[in-house]
Design a protein around this ligand. Structure first.
Ligand SMILES: Cc1cc2nc3c(=O)[nH]c(=O)nc-3n(C[C@H](O)[C@H](O)[C@H](O)COP(=O)(O)O)c2cc1C
Length: 193
């Protein structure tokens, strides 16, 4: 049986998205080896947990889509997250999705001393583009550290970041070069992903 890949696409600008331009050929390459389930977050009817939805969750009432997505993520062998860099992190839409699917006894549980992850995933590929000249690992870049932290909660394994930056201050030619370089890097990672 083919291994499972979950793709979480938070490229809100859709066809305009530079991040998606990098992600598309990488997902295409991976789809030859993995059974792919995609979540296009712009299509999801969600808002952050509110007093009402939090109380419902505490009573065991969780939206069916969130429970299903949480199970798919928990059972995935690999995860690809494609999300542009917004307000020094990833879009709130992605954070909201993660909040909805961070479900006790599905993505994580606890052992009486702390939380422990329940996910099968061994590798996450996080694909992004940034407008400013902010490389991965820069303290101003708060998306990769968050995903590393989430990986320790859910047990997702290593997080590999594929990024292009300074996009909003590049010529169209430079931008194309950056997108091509990031795509090549991601395709290289995909060979052993
Ligand atoms: C709402 C919004 C917020 C953004 N915030 C930042 C930011 O804080 N830092 C930054 O470097 N770029 C920021 N950008 C620029 C994007 O990261 C950049 O244009 C990126 O390439 C967009 O990716 P996309 O084409 O996949 O949507 C922002 C763009 C938008 C639309």
């Amino acid at each position: 049986m083919m291994k499972k890949l979950v793709v979480i696409d938070a490229c809100i600008r859709g066809e305009e998205s530079r991040t998606r331009r990098i992600a598309a050929p990488i997902v295409e390459a991976l789809s030859r080896r993995y059974a792919v389930t995609s979540y296009k977050l712009a299509d999801f009817p969600m808002e952050p947990l509110t007093a009402k939805t939090y109380a419902e969750r505490a009573a065991g009432i969780v939206p069916a889509w969130a429970r299903e997505a949480a199970k798919a993520v928990a059972e995935a062998d690999r995860i690809v997250i494609a999300a542009p860099f917004w307000d020094m992190s990833f879009p709130a839409l992605l954070r909201t999705f993660l909040e909805h699917i961070s479900l006790y006894d599905i993505t994580f549980t606890d052992n009486g001393r702390s939380c422990v992850g329940l996910c099968k995933c061994e590798k996450v590929m996080y694909i992004t583009t940034r407008g400013m000249n902010i490389p991965t690992g820069d303290p101003r870049e708060q998306a990769t550290p968050y995903l590393h932290a989430l990986s320790t909660l859910w047990d997702l394994g290593v997080v590999l970041t594929v990024a292009a930056w300074n996009m909003d201050y590049s010529t169209p030619e430079q931008m194309d070069e950056k997108i091509e370089a990031a795509t090549r890097f991601g395709l290289k990672l995909a060979e052993t992903f």
